[in-house]
Design a protein around this ligand. Structure first.
Ligand code: PEP
Ligand code: MG
Length: 571
């Protein structure tokens, strides 16, 4: 059995479809003379540019703006004069077009590597990607066609790129297994959003698995069995059947509004990190987006997205959501979300440091670009809201409001189309915000409780440190009392209150949150239906009874055992 990271839950059994990049050996290519090789190079460049243009366009149309930009960046690099000169020089020295392409790209990559700027050094990798595509064209090597992955496949590859993830036919893929990739990688997020079981980060995977072998994958346990013996296979197939049945049973909740047992309306929304995920979330039956993590638009690239690019992304997400709400969280950069090109200072305690709204208020240039993009994207639309992360006091809300008002005046004097009435709400994810919830509620249009951070700061337990994960629990009475208090403060002020941390996806906590009066649960797209079902199972009076007992307990263990027991008893 192979062990990896459990990135997307579910059971998948199927035949391995092993996707490896074809070899690009050109050592046996005989140069056909200067003129012929230069013509081959010119032909390859033309075909590269043609394909790239079409690919960038289709990626952008599908909402994958960042990937589209990367392809356009490669087109610019390919047209660089220095690269052209280096390739021509190599051909004139008697090399084949392939060898010249490799030599030219290597020369440019070397130049990039010598620059004392991390961002430019990273471009060396782009030159190798360009080299490989040129070699493929020259050698006539076809990439495997992803749409040809047959039904019943387990997709096995080294590193699942976003291209692959978006190119796969979802219905044909039982599971995804990769050599690299982590829990929060873009591909992992996509696999989860697509509802495909996935295990990532299995070193040496491609040396072990052969195409066509049967694989049994448990995405929740992070386990992959190669060539399972009969009894193991039967066990996986049995569990797969149950998993599918429970997924199918949830489908009745897809086109329903969220209501508790008394018919009281609530909302189940989705957390997304890209425009592409908005589409997937809607397919999963969400009633809006309760958290759009925009910092992902700033990561894995070399410069920040422009105002127009951001406005296009937010507009597209807003249109996909139609009348449903779209809560755009302003950049939550810092802490675990580092953006190298911003050159933020190294800090001994980044989680307690210069991050999120602190950075946005101290160096507002980038923040202003984002806010302008949001106001413009919201022109003529009523579903967009702005949410500030990591608030610790009212002055931060006022600071943001001051900047926003100035920007609206600028936009008006420029005659730009924009929406001046985008509601401004906050995330409640620090103990200070809990203590000051009444003062904050007087200044915010809505609250969304970020239990991921609130749990970490309340319990002083790093959310990423496995040594203290015995402490890190959303069931801790201190965390639950905080949530209760925040919801009460929002109710008293008459503003809506949601939750967008992972705790919102725990069925065991549903009765408590219902009893407190939470209005909105925002969860991973794959958990939307299960959450709607869990809410439908409780009347407010039943939930209050359970909450009264749970809130009288004083340890995480007792609370968890009691609530999980109650949920299990009800089936
Ligand atoms: C949270 O802290 O609960 C949250 C939703 O934000 P993030 O996980 O992006 O920090
Ligand atoms: Mg947070």
């Amino acid at each position: 059995m192979l062990k990896g990271l459990a990135v997307s839950p579910g059971i998948g059994v199927g035949k391995a479809f092993v996707y490896v990049e074809a070899g690009l050996d050109y050592s046996r290519v005989e140069p056909q003379g200067e003129e012929a090789e230069l013509a081959r190079l010119a032909g390859a460049k033309a075909s590269f540019l043609r394909d790239s243009e079409a690919l960038a366009k289709s990626l952008k149309e599908a909402g994958n703006v960042r990937e589209g930009d990367m392809i356009e960046g490669h087109m610019v690099l390919l047209e660089d004069d220095f690269l052209a000169e280096e390739m021509e020089k190599a051909v004139k020295e008697g090399k084949s077009a392939e060898a010249a392409a490799a030599a030219g790209c290597a020369a440019v990559a070397e130049l990039f590597r010598q620059v004392d700027d991390e961002m430019i050094r990273a471009r060396a990798a782009d030159m190798f990607a360009i080299r490989d595509r040129l070699l493929k064209i020259l050698l006539g090597v076809e990439s495997q066609d992803l749409s040809a992955v047959p039904e019943g496949s387990v997709f096995v590859t080294g590193d699942l790129t976003p291209y692959m993830a978006t190119g796969l036919k979802r219905g044909n893929v039982e599971a995804i297994v990769t050599e690299t990739g982590g829990m929060t990688s873009h591909s992992a997020i996509l696999a989860r959003a697509m509802g495909i079981p996935a295990v990532m980060g299995i070193p040496g995977l491609l040396g072990v698995v052969k195409a066509g072998q049967t694989l049994a994958v448990d995405g929740a346990a992070g386990e992959v069995v190669v060539f399972p013996p009969r009894e193991v296979l039967d066990d996986y197939l049995g569990r797969q059947k149950k998993w599918r049945e429970s997924k199918a049973a949830l489908l009745v909740y897809k086109d329903r509004r969220t209501k508790d047992k008394d018919g009281g309306e609530r909302l189940v929304c989705a957390n997304i990190a890209s425009v592409g995920e908005a589409e997937l979330a809607l397919e999963q039956g969400c009633e809006g987006v309760g958290l759009f993590r925009t910092e992902m638009l700033f990561m894995d690239r070399e410069s920040p997205p422009s105002e127009d690019e951001q406005a296009a992304a937010y507009r597209k997400a807003s249109e996909i959501m139609a009348w449903r709400e779209l809560i755009i969280r302003t950049m939550d950069i810092g802490g675990d979300k580092q953006v190298p090109y911003l050159h933020l200072p190294q800090e001994p305690n980044p989680f307690l440091g210069y991050r999120a709204v602190r950075f946005c208020l101290a160096e507002p240039e980038l923040f202003k670009v984002q806010l302008r993009a949001i106001f413009r994207a919201a022109a003529g639309r009523g579903n967009v809201k702005i949410m500030i992360p990591f608030v610790t006091g009212p002055e931060e809300i006022e600071g943001v409001r001051g900047i926003a008002e100035g920007l609206k005046r600028d936009l008006a004097s420029e005659g730009a189309a924009f929406n001046p009435d985008v509601p401004l709400g906050i995330m409640v994810e620090t103990p200070a915000a809990v203590q000051l919830a009444d003062a904050l509620a007087a200044r915010a249009a809505f609250f969304s409780i970020g239990t991921n951070d609130l749990t970490q700061y309340t319990l002083a337990a790093d959310r990423m440190n496995t040594r203290v994960d015995y402490l890190y629990s959303h069931y801790h009475p201190a965390v639950l009392r905080s949530v209760e208090r925040v919801v009460a403060a929002a109710k008293a002020a008459g503003i809506p209150v949601g939750m967008c941390g992972e705790a919102a996806g725990s069925p065991g906590l549903v009765p408590l949150y219902l009893a407190f009066g939470l209005d909105e649960w925002s969860v991973n797209p794959g958990s939307v239906l299960a959450t709607r079902k869990a809410i439908a199972g409780w009347s407010v009076s039943e939930a209050r009874e359970v909450a009264a007992r749970a809130m009288a307990l004083s340890t995480t263990k007792e609370v968890k055992a009691y609530l999980e027991g109650v949920v299990a008893q009800r089936g």
